[in-house]
Design a protein around this ligand. Structure first.
Ligand SMILES: [Zn+2]
Length: 125
């Protein structure tokens, strides 16, 4: 069996031609696109959770919702990516990126307390 190497049009990774779809996207990018909507929902819930936590409001229901969503995203990734380790890695990456986005946009809305600047968050932008 000859393995032809092609370059993914989305992430530029070099993969076997058998691994890409008709749009020449690698399996990771296909999986990423597949869960994009769920990931943005995760991001939205995470930002909400951060706001609730800062206010000291109860957020146990939100935690459960976030947990269930993460499981759903993981399930979809595992359906799509044959290598369970890669699927797990992509899940962690997508969720941690979503949390970072949620936390940095939350930081913009929040007025920093006097003498308690959000140095790390602001410096990154
Ligand atoms: Zn790709």
């Amino acid at each position: 069996m000859t393995a032809i190497r092609v370059v993914c049009r989305t992430c530029s990774a070099e993969v076997n031609s058998a691994e890409v779809d008709v749009a020449i996207r690698c399996s990771l990018c296909v999986a990423r696109a597949l869960v994009a909507q769920l990931v943005s929902e995760y991001e939205r819930l995470w930002a909400k959770r951060t706001r609730y936590r800062r206010r000291g409001a109860p957020h146990a229901a939100l935690e459960h919702q976030i947990g269930r969503l993460a499981v759903r995203i993981g399930g979809k990734l595992h359906e799509r990516i044959r290598n369970p380790q890669r699927a797990g890695e992509l899940l962690n990456q997508l969720l941690s990126e979503a949390r970072q986005r949620a936390d940095s946009s939350g930081g913009k809305i929040l007025v920093p307390r006097f003498g308690h600047e959000l140095v790390g968050e602001g410096a990154r932008a």
